[in-house]
Ligand binder design. Structure first.
Ligand code: C5P
Length: 331
């Protein structure tokens, strides 16, 4: 039996313990459900193993698509998973495809209304998890750099695309979900936390039946039975018609901005600045000239589009010895 002193951290639904590997964690999912910031609580035998299994399945799905995650492998107990140890970023990142939950209360959307494009919202992980703007995230140094925040948004949208397709292929609408990210000792951004129906809104696409923790929040049905049914649907292979990626190519619009590395003197920028000064604009103190490329790429996923554009930017659009580039998606 594991003694309590082993515990590194304990939350409402998970307990973290060390393993023999210093860079890993043993995460045990508890047989308990909580809602409304801990005000509602119920012991539920079987829930921990279901949440561990569903999380593992979704982490494996993401890893297969090239998304970096904390998941290493299933643990020796059905309630346990082994994770890489991360320094967690204190943000809850919510992505919404349809209006449910707090956004309905906050902005008066009709429940179940589809959004024109996925909405990403940030909440600060403190006692009452207030919504937080990107400016405030940077002001409070909750992420190391602005680029980390951009990477969090990009990964969140990539993950959303994968989950929407995965659930759609099984007749399930992915309404919204919450993610948390962390940094490994090298500073690499990885998806952390859990991917269980506690953190999703999932609805049967035909009947609208609730397949997530709302069954507990709203006393709609037995949570363990609901999660068992969901897992059975998730474990089914997708019909061939929806699992062939080439049949579903999408067009992604992007911009690649190329500019000289800061430490390198750009003769073009220098010449333009000198010209500007000659024209009498002595108050212009610095200038950096660069190139902007606009592109449309047909790809099976946002992950694939990003891979193609990164390769192109590094080999054709920029000179990696003296230039840096930024990639921005427009849709
Ligand atoms: O409550 P709200 O509508 O903002 O929740 C959006 C999504 O984030 C839901 O899927 C919910 O389960 C999840 N969430 C979470 N943990 C929180 C808050 C929300 O997993 N602390």
């Amino acid at each position: 039996m594991t003694v309590a002193t082993d515990i590194l951290a304990e939350g409402k639904t998970k307990t973290l313990r060390p393993t023999s590997q210093p860079d890993e964690l043993r995460v045990a999912f508890k047989d308990a459900a909580t809602a409304f910031n801990g005000k509602k609580y119920q012991e539920m035998p079987g829930k921990g193993a279901l949440n561990a299994r569903i999380s593992a399945l979704l982490f494996e799905l993401l890893a297969a698509q090239g998304i970096p995650t904390c998941f290493v492998r299933a643990g020796s107990e059905p309630t346990e998973l082994i994770y890489k140890r991360l320094t967690m970023i204190p943000l809850e990142v919510v992505v919404r495809n349809f209006a449910y939950g707090s956004i309905v209360k906050r902005f008066g959307f009709d429940e179940g209304m589809p959004f024109n494009k996925p909405l990403v919202e940030f909440f600060h992980k403190t006692s009452d998890d207030p919504q937080i703007t990107e400016d405030l995230i940077l002001e409070l140094n909750l992420v190391p750099t602005a680029a980390t925040l951009e990477a969090i948004k990009r990964l969140t949208l990539q993950i959303n695309e994968i989950f929407v397709a995965f659930f759609e292929a099984r007749g399930i609408r992915c309404g919204d979900f919450k993610l948390e990210f962390g940094l490994d000792p090298d500073g690499t951004l990885l998806l952390g936390d859990e991917l269980s129906p506690d953190n999703f809104r999932l609805r049967d696409a035909q009947s609208g039946a609730v397949l997530d923790k709302d069954v507990f929040r709203l006393d709609l049905a037995d949570l363990v039975e609901t999660y068992q049914g969901l897992l059975a649907r998730m474990e089914q292979p997708a019909p061939v018609s929806v699992s062939v990626p080439s049949a579903k190519l999408k067009t992604y619009q992007a911009e690649v901005w190329v500019h000289s590395r800061k430490s390198i003197l750009n003769p073009e920028s220098k010449a333009i600045l000198e010209g500007i000064h000659t024209l009498g604009y002595g108050n212009v103190q610095a200038l950096g000239a660069g190139k902007r490329f606009t592109l449309k790429v047909a790809a099976a996923s946002l992950v694939e589009a990003e891979q193609t554009l990164n390769q192109l930017a590094q080999t054709v659009l920029s000179n990696p010895v003296i230039e840096d580039y930024e990639l921005k998606f427009k849709n």
